[in-house]
Design a protein around this ligand. Structure first.
Ligand SMILES: NC(=O)c1ccc[n+]([C@@H]2O[C@H](COP(=O)([O-])OP(=O)(O)OC[C@H]3O[C@@H](n4cnc5c(N)ncnc54)[C@H](OP(=O)(O)O)[C@@H]3O)[C@@H](O)[C@H]2O)c1
Length: 271
């Protein structure tokens, strides 16, 4: 991973900055796409119990034990004992003794279980089943609550983040608390490339529009995890590592932020 960009986690480990997402990759296609992504050069692969593709993802990663592998505990498995059992099932499906990052998928505030779920992740980390632990879709109040009650700060919060929904306040809080921001749907679920500013910058740089968006994430210190099925898309997205955007180009993309740009569920309600 010599020349690959990485970010420092608050647990003294490092995370590769560009990852590969696998949501909606069916079990039968997951192994092929993941092994293509690793062949192209990606060092991080993200999956989740709810994606129902962990077996294929594990097969795609194969013997590449240095690949940074992440998975997530689904909402129905929240609670201390259920989470511990669910994590073991994830490991069994992935064919691994441990994952590099284990996340709570959604806070589900109405369930009232995320603090004990977090305690289970802390224990799983102490047992060596997850090298690092973090959360996903956590809001400021959720982050503050687990930190206050357990004194353990998540290493990472994986949140919806793309040019139309830039999450500036949460990113600022993450920086204050020492939490890495990982961007889900970094390409706006594929819609982000269909934008005049993005297309203009793609023309100026001679790079694919998807790589322009991913480069914007990287230069902001974010960790994007684009999903792609074909090798053509996987390679286009990887070009994000091979050029730089100017300050002017970054600020033109910064201006695409929109108050109603959220595409996925609202974490205060979703469970
Ligand atoms: N924690 C959470 O709650 C949460 C929620 C959603 C997603 N995620 C994670 O974040 C990952 C990424 O998010 P996402 O999958 O929602 O959206 P995304 O990565 O923003 O976009 C994926 C879409 O863009 C298309 N695409 C990718 N590269 C392309 C290219 N070079 N040219 C044209 N189209 C391209 C893909 O098509 P093809 O597949 O046809 O290539 C797919 O339709 C997920 O896979 C998952 O790992 C997490």
């Amino acid at each position: 991973m010599t020349d690959y960009p990485t970010l420092d986690l608050n647990d003294e480990r490092q995370i590769p900055q560009l990852g590969f997402g696998t949501y909606k990759l069916e079990e039968k296609d997951a192994a092929k796409s993941v092994s293509a992504a690793i062949d192209v050069g990606y060092w991080l692969v993200d999956t989740a119990a709810i994606y129902e593709n962990e077996k294929g993802v594990g097969e795609g990663v194969g013997d590449w034990s240095d690949i940074f592998l992440q998975t997530k505990i689904w909402n129905e498995s929240q609670g201390f004992d259920r989470t511990k059992k669910a994590a073991q099932k994830c490991l069994d499906r992935l064919g691994r003794e441990h994952v590099d990052m284990l996340l709570i998928h959604w806070p589900c505030p109405d369930k009232g279980l995320f603090v004990e779920t977090w305690r289970a992740l802390v224990e799983l980390r102490d047992e060596g089943k997850a090298k690092s632990i973090g959360v996903s879709n956590f809001r400021e109040q959720d982050l503050r609550r687990i930190i206050e009650e357990t004194c353990v700060t998540p290493a990472l919060n994986q949140i919806e983040l793309h040019p139309s929904f830039q999450q500036r306040e949460l990113r600022k809080l993450h920086d204050e608390l020492g939490i890495v921001t990982q961007s889900w749907s970094p390409l706006g679920q594929g819609d982000g490339m269909d934008n005049d500013i993005i297309r203009a910058i793609a023309d100026e740089t001679g790079q694919p529009a998807s790589a322009v968006i991913l480069r914007w994430h990287l230069q902001h210190g974010l960790c994007p995890i684009p999903k792609a099925t074909s090798r053509e898309h996987i390679e286009a997205n990887f070009k994000a590592l091979s050029f730089e955007l100017s300050e002017d180009q970054i600020s033109r993309i910064d201006k695409l932020d929109s108050a109603d740009g959220r595409m996925g569920p609202d974490p205060s309600k979703f469970c």
